[in-house]
Ligand binder design. Structure first.
Ligand SMILES: [Zn+2]
Length: 320
């Protein structure tokens, strides 16, 4: 399996959406699409997506008729692309009284995508993640970072331009790269735990890439800073958009000598080397937990575990 195929297996990836970026400047075409009955709108209220159903959730996509009354007062409208011949837009909504629009509440409930992603099909999760990322960016960039004036949306919602005639700075959507790495040494893998996590949860080492830093250097630095372990060798595994709110997770595997662990207490509560047998024992007894199954960190752990176990991790992990 190559890197691209691995990334496609991650939640929030693999959408069949054609982003049709050349259409973003075609204001006439975009306006006509908003009126076309085959078009669909992905509504977001306070960065939450709208879903119908209880145990199995279906995203609610609005027709132009259902979206019409919300468009004039929407915080943002972003052209996402074309899927199966239908134009798709994200619509960021707000309400003065801090309650969801009543007509949309009749269609479903607004949920945090991260909390419900495991209940969705792959393509839907990618579309909803893209819509969430874009509406969040619009909300956080209403003012120019250069001069403080208001900004206005342009190019189908993929650009904001400062409204001040003397500035006119152009602001583009941003993604924050973060590395996440499964470090192994022989039969052991390195797992850490942050104090705010649910009881027992352990995961791989992660951190943001800093300005002026390569992602490889970030892997070496984060592992050493958080645990004192020196990475000797690394390989890129796969990536995953993580719009909570703006990250792109870059997954790696790495090898290290089994150095003594020296935990950075500002970052981690605890870290240790663990074997597959110890992980299985902890999961079966309920004394250990893993990150959400939709995360690339889970996939890194799963790929390592399954490579050396007769029983797949997903048959052992009681949370799934
Ligand atoms: Zn400005």
């Amino acid at each position: 399996m190559d890197h691209y195929a691995r990334s496609l297996r991650n939640t929030f990836t693999g959408d069949s959406l054609n982003r049709a970026s050349r259409r973003r400047r075609d204001t006439q075409w975009l306006a006509s699409r908003q009126e076309d009955e085959t078009t669909r709108f992905v509504p977001l209220w306070k960065s939450r997506n709208l879903f119908a159903g209880d145990s199995f959730l279906q995203p609610v996509l609005l027709s132009p008729y259902q979206a019409r009354e919300h468009l004039p007062e929407a915080e943002s409208i972003t052209f996402l692309g074309v899927r199966d011949g239908n134009a798709m837009f994200a619509v960021g909504l707000s309400s003065p009284d801090d309650t969801p629009p009543p007509d949309l509440e009749q269609l479903g409930q607004f949920h945090d995508l991260r909390q419900v992603a495991a209940l969705l099909e792959g393509q839907d999760s990618a579309l909803l993640a893209c819509a969430r990322a874009m509406t969040y960016w619009h909300r956080r960039h209403r003012f120019c970072g250069d001069c403080g004036s208001l900004t206005v949306s342009a190019e189908g919602g993929h650009l904001r331009i400062c409204a001040s005639e003397s500035c006119r700075q152009r602001h583009f959507p941003r993604t924050d790269p973060a590395i996440i790495v499964l470090v192994t040494s022989g039969e052991h893998c390195l797992m850490g735990r942050k104090p705010m996590w649910p009881t027992g949860r352990h995961s791989t080492i992660a951190g943001f890439v800093e300005p002026g830093e390569s992602i490889e250097d970030a892997v070496v630095r984060e592992v050493h800073e958080e645990t004192g372990v020196r990475v000797r060798e690394m390989r890129y595994h796969s990536s995953q958009p993580w719009p909570f709110p703006t990250s792109l997770m870059l997954g790696f595997t790495a090898r290290a000598h089994r150095d003594p662990i020296r935990v950075d207490q500002d970052e981690l509560e605890h870290a240790h080397w663990i074997t597959r047998g110890e992980l299985e024992h902890g999961l079966r007894r309920g004394t250990l937990g893993l990150p959400p199954s939709v995360s690339v960190s889970y996939r890194l752990i799963e790929d390592w575990f399954d490579a050396g176990s007769a029983v797949p991790l997903r048959e052992i992990d009681p949370v799934l």
